[in-house]
Design a protein around this ligand. Structure first.
Ligand code: ADP
Ligand code: MG
Length: 344
């Protein structure tokens, strides 16, 4: 009897423990909030708790508070205000993201350039009163853009913009960094599977509960969010798209979108409608989607081909879809208004 009770207690304790372990890994939690200038959604499909979501959204806010160019008191705002005056000490976070942005500026010969801020501010695309700015102002903004002038001191963690009026904008890369940071939080909390969607910057983490591969839709550039032209299938990955449909305005029948040509001062106009990048690291995918879009099909394709484990899906204004080598193994076109074209 004694033994039975003992066993019963043990079994009960074991069951409690077992149940706790069993129920927790299956827990599903979701949250959406406006951070980093966009709607960010995190859906932990297995192994989630509200506490993990608190931590994740806390981290997103921290990144926004350090790296936004449009908010007072951020490290980027401090660097911009000190241009032509003095170097500014930043956190390793911000130092890393600026360094990465400069790396892509180098790789693209300045087609991607984090010092594009004066031009971004001038066009003000995404605001209600956006209009084509006067050429004289475009010229003055262009004169301030030059990533080669940014001075980084890795020992002191300082950043210096030596020309008064020079300014940084990390809008093309910060969300990718943020997605990678959320991935770290998922790993640390032993989350089994999650979908991290930072305004279209998608990271599918871990393994799906039912064991099937992830399927991530590639946005139809002509329709509202939610319609896809095709699907990317695979294990853990990030899928990031840059396109003309994200933020734009129309003047005299012409569409002006938010990725700017650092040579002409006008929105990039090279026949591409969108570029999606599929890879492991979201900071690279984010920087690359903007970089490759700005470079255009030929130079962009060459850049992708030079990188390992990076896949690209290009869509042009004739509804043609071009895939980088190997992408046909992970991408399926599902919308017959678009057609796959050979890239030669
Ligand atoms: P999303 O808005 O989906 O994040 P992107 O990652 O392509 O799209 O980033 C676009 C943003 O990057 C713009 O809103 C602007 O802040 C900035 N930007 C625009 N042109 C350039 C450029 N040539 N190089 C670097 N950043 C740019
Ligand atoms: Mg980007």
């Amino acid at each position: 009897m004694k033994r039975l009770v003992k066993f019963g207690c043990l079994a009960g304790a074991f069951c409690l423990l077992f149940c706790a372990c069993e129920s927790k890994p299956e827990a599903e939690v979701n949250r959406s909030d406006f951070v980093l200038g966009t709607v960010c959604s995190i859906s932990i499909t297995s192994g989630g708790t509200e506490k993990i979501l608190d931590e994740a959204f806390g981290r997103l806010r921290e990144i926004e508070n350090r790296m936004s160019a449009n908010k007072e008191g951020t490290e980027i705002a401090a660097i911009n205000e000190a241009s032509g005056k003095k170097p500014v000490t930043v956190t390793p976070d911000t130092f890393y993201v600026i360094s990465k942005a400069l790396e892509y500026a180098q790789k693209t010969n300045g087609a991607f350039d984090p010092t594009v801020e004066p031009l971004v501010k001038l066009w003000n695309i995404g605001s209600e009163d956006a209009k084509v700015p006067p050429l004289s102002k475009i010229k003055s903004a262009l004169a301030l853009i030059d990533y080669k002038k940014v001075q980084m001191d890795p020992d002191k963690l300082t950043v210096y913009l030596p020309v008064p009026g020079m300014r940084l904008d990390l809008g093309a890369i910060a969300k990718g960094y943020a997605a990678d940071e959320i991935e770290k939080i998922m790993v640390a909390n032993k989350v089994k599977s999650a979908i991290i969607d930072l305004g279209g910057n998608v990271f599918v983490y871990g393994k799906k509960k039912d064991g099937t591969p992830w399927r991530v839709g590639i946005q139809n550039p002509y329709s509202d969010r939610g319609e896809y032209i095709g699907l990317v299938t695979g294990g853990q990955m990030t899928v990031v798209t840059s396109g003309v449909y994200e933020r734009y305005f129309i003047e005299n029948g012409k569409r002006y979108h938010h990725i700017l040509d650092t040579k002409t001062g006008f929105p990039v106009d090279n026949g591409l409608i969108s570029v999606s990048i599929v890879t492991e690291s979201s900071i690279d995918a984010d920087a690359l989607s903007t970089s490759v879009f700005a470079l255009g099909l030929d130079k962009g394709m060459k850049l992708v081909e030079s990188l390992k484990d990076v896949y690209a899906i290009f869509i042009d204004s004739n509804n043609k879809v071009y895939l980088s080598p190997g992408t046909n193994k992970i991408f399926t076109l599902t919308d017959n208004k678009f057609s796959l074209s050979d890239y030669k």
